[in-house]
Design a protein around this ligand. Structure first.
Ligand code: ZN
Length: 287
């Protein structure tokens, strides 16, 4: 039996599309298209205090302008209920720790908290203490002890479900088979593998695309406004010029997305971050 490939573009509407997150969106699209599979769009706005509707609209427009189209939009996180998912998980507990008590305790969440019997606080998942092995399509085999990250919060003290829970629940519900995202989440994948398994689901394949860092050495964000897709478009840059740059970072020559989908090969993708120089516009030939 073959399973159809299902990938998802999952933007968080708190910041605009830029050259950095476009790398992962493009890799997601190419991977699903090469496999003849389906591309879903899902808006990750579980934290409504950070989500902005106009940014969601801008992101969809930018994705469409780039040609990163989707076959179906699944419900945004604001329309989903995670209560049943949380209820289905064994090994959860209520944690009354504050960020301050954790910091004062040396930065690690105390394991004793699992048996403390708090009734008010965040809900955390008690991770098994073991090494998780998973494969990344770019970085190869990984062995990570998820407990290094501490027990993940699934529902905050204020009742808001977290990205940790929502992204796994949504990917299972949406039938996602391929997760493609930025390399900053590479090792944290071990935590998510544990959650997939706790739900009795088979984890997807993982592909962590290279991070892009601005001239200040930091991962690109909305503060790097000139590197935004909208800013580039408005300054007259053609989308094929953007494709040429992004595809190059993914180890593919040329500026045609359809051709790139056939040429897509995860092992050709670089593992190291991309550091943009001060004169990135001329260095990337984006004028
Ligand atoms: Zn705690």
């Amino acid at each position: 039996m073959t399973t159809e490939a299902v990938g998802r573009l999952a933007p968080t509407p708190s910041g605009e599309l830029h050259l950095g997150n476009t790398v992962a969106f493009t890799a997601c699209w190419l991977s699903a298209r090469k496999a003849g599979g389906t591309v879903l769009l899902r808006i990750e706005d579980v934290d409504r205090s950070r989500a902005r509707r106009h940014i969601e609209d801008d992101q969809k427009r930018d994705l469409e302008w780039l040609g990163l189209t989707w076959d179906e939009e699944t419900p945004p996180q604001r329309h989903r209920d995670y209560g049943a998912w949380l209820g289905a998980l064994p090994d959860t507990y209520v944690c009354a720790c504050t960020r301050r008590t954790i910091t004062e305790g040396g930065g690690n969440h105390p394991l004793e908290c699992r048996t403390r019997g708090s009734t008010v606080g965040a809900v955390r998942y008690a991770l098994p203490d073991r090494v998780v092995r998973f494969g990344d399509r770019v970085h190869g085999p990984r062995a990570v002890r998820p407990l290094e990250f501490g027990d993940p919060v699934l529902r905050r003290k204020d009742g808001v479900f977290t990205y940790n829970l929502a992204v796994v629940a949504d990917d299972i519900a949406d039938g996602v088979t391929e997760v493609v995202r930025g390399a900053d989440l590479l090792d944290f994948t071990a935590v998510q593998v544990e959650l997939w398994q706790a739900f009795g689901a088979t984890p997807p394949t993982w592909l962590h695309a290279p991070l892009v860092r601005g001239p200040d050495g930091r991962k690109l964000s909305k503060s790097h406004g000139a590197l935004g897709i909208a800013a580039l478009r408005e300054s007259g840059v053609d989308r094929r010029a953007i494709h040429r740059v992004v595809l190059g970072w993914l180890g593919i020559e040329g500026d045609d997305l359809e051709a790139a989908a056939q040429a897509f090969e995860p092992s050709a993708i670089r593992t190291a971050p991309i550091d943009l120089p001060e004169d990135w516009r001329s260095a990337l030939d984006l004028r």
